[in-house]
Design a protein around this ligand. Structure first.
Ligand SMILES: Cc1cc2nc3c(=O)[nH]c(=O)nc-3n(C[C@H](O)[C@H](O)[C@H](O)COP(=O)(O)OP(=O)(O)OC[C@H]3O[C@@H](n4cnc5c(N)ncnc54)[C@H](O)[C@@H]3O)c2cc1C
Length: 450
């Protein structure tokens, strides 16, 4: 079976891996000269710099299968136990997210009024139409919880706008608590009881992990295994039906070429895939073109340990929009995973831009670094200049599962059912995390092989 996979990010590479494992003949077309898409790790001056994801959660069993296949299970590192401590900024100060009833009652992250409002959650009714995460949370938990819990959380996961993200598409598990059980508290307790009976664990408690050499080991190892089956610097321009198969039009060394495959998997970003199918499937193209990808800059900063005036015990902090600061949040990378910074130094990774402040990403890298350093200095009492700095800019970073996203995905599934052998496997479908992309790669490969 000759199969074309378009895009050598983790979605396309995972699909290719599992297809090859099942005996298929795959060709991966990748626009860039390196694999991995948004995943990229490098060592610079003793710092491990991640340009995209820093870690992912062990939410499925496919990850372990992939790591075992690639013989890299031993490279996996789990996040430090103290990463469970997470902080949110309020009035310019870091407040720990409560971990139990006692700390919930005493925290200054929420006012007494805000905390009392949560008691009304079980009595909130159901939504009658597709809601944004902002509307859903305001209705069930109140506006303070939206501002000082969900808004920063959404910035941390999607770099997105809570008033635009669809709760059903972007946070299906949260939505299911209302849909299946009638409320968040009720659903959480009933879910816990059901899981206890089944002997399974909540996905929310899935462990966070990375690798000794960073997330980049995943695309590096899969691509090494694929060898000549990946064609780098070969952007695909079009896909069209050709008899029982598909004609893939691509550019190689400046020349346009076409090759026919029995099956094709589109693993490129939605805005690219829209252009690729435009002449063959114009309706699908116009649906895919609706998916927004706000820009994000990732700023990695290194400091001598004694420059930082707070104890870096935890995962890091997120910034609510109402605090009117210029960063989305900072993770304490060298606290989460060992050996991310040289001895005596710490590594911090700050995210700037997103749907909240897209214009900041247009600034020069030096200016973005300055913003990250100044904001971190105020919030974390940092004294002096950074000893290390690195910036990665993503003009279009993360697909937004906004209101209407599910009807876009319905259109994708409709086309997949009409044109047997045509598949889409990318982070705008069925989850954005690296873990989700790997699981979806396996699901796509299984569907093709069966
Ligand atoms: C800044 C940032 C931080 C993140 N942090 C985390 C995190 O901490 N944890 C987590 O789990 N996830 C995180 N994510 C999300 C996760 O990294 C991505 O969702 C995932 O890596 C996307 O993989 P993908 O293969 O679907 O897409 P991509 O990585 O976008 O890959 C698409 C590939 O298609 C290629 N391509 C584009 N056009 C063409 C063409 N015409 N022809 C051929 N190839 C083409 C691209 O070059 C690219 O290699 C983060 C993402 C970003 C941007």
């Amino acid at each position: 079976m000759k199969i074309a996979i378009i895009g050598g990010g983790i979605s396309g590479l995972s699909t290719a891996h599992f297809l090859r494992k099942g005996g298929a003949d795959v060709t991966v077309f990748e626009k860039n000269g390196v694999p991995g898409g948004t995943i990229g790790s490098r060592v610079s001056d003793g710092y491990l710099v991640e340009s995209g994801p820093n870690s992912t959660s062990e939410t499925n069993f496919v990850i372990d299968e992939l790591l075992a296949d690639l013989s890299i299970s031993e490279e996996k590192v789990y996040a430090d136990e103290d990463s469970k401590y997470r902080f949110i900024v309020r009035n310019g100060k870091l407040h720990a997210l409560p971990s139990g009833l006692g700390s919930f009652v005493s925290t200054k992250l929420w006012t007494i009024g805000g905390k009392l409002r949560l008691l009304g959650e079980p009595f909130a009714g159901r939504a009658e139409h597709e809601e944004s995460i902002a509307d859903f949370v305001t209705r069930r938990l109140g506006s303070e919880f939206l501002d000082y819990a969900i808004n920063p959380f959404v910035a941390g996961v999607y770099a997105g706008n809570p008033s635009e993200l669809s709760v059903r598409a972007a946070f299906p598990k949260l939505y299911a608590l209302e849909d299946k059980y009638g409320g968040l508290l009720k659903g959480t307790f009933k879910g816990m009881r059901e899981r206890k009976k089944r002997g399974t664990q909540s996905k929310a408690s899935a462990k966070l992990f990375s690798f000794r050499s960073g997330m980049g080991i995943l695309p590096a190892t899969i691509s090494a295994e694929l060898g000549g089956a990946i064609r780098y610097a070969t952007p695909v321009e079009s896909v069209k039906r050709d008899g029982a198969g598909f004609a893939v039009g691509f550019s190689s060394n400046g020349r346009s070429e076409t090759e026919v495959f029995e099956k094709v998997v589109l693993s490129s970003p939605a805005y690219v895939s829209a252009g690729i199918v435009k002449s063959w499937l114009p309706e699908l193209a116009s649906e895919l073109a609706k998916i927004k990808y706000p820009p994000v800059a990732v700023v990695v900063l290194g400091y001598r340990r004694e420059q930082v005036g707070i104890d870096l015990k935890g995962f890091g902090f997120l910034v609510p929009e109402v605090e009117k600061r210029k960063i989305l949040g900072t993770i304490w990378s060298s606290s989460i995973f060992p050996k991310r910074a040289p001895g005596g130094f710490v590594e911090l990774t700050t995210f700037v831009g997103g749907s909240r402040q897209p214009r900041l990403v247009v600034l020069e890298s030096d200016d973005i670094t300055k913003i990250a350093h100044e904001e971190n200095s105020l919030l974390m009492k940092i004294d002096g200049s950074p000893a290390f700095r690195a910036v990665s800019k993503w003009e279009r970073a993360i697909p937004q599962y906004n209101i209407g996203h599910l009807s876009i995905i319905d259109a994708v599934r409709h086309v997949e059912s009409l044109h047997k052998g045509f598949y889409i496997c990318s982070n705008f479908k069925d989850g954005i995390s690296v873990a989700d992309c790997i699981a979806n790669g396996k699901k796509t490969a299984d569907a093709i092989l069966s």
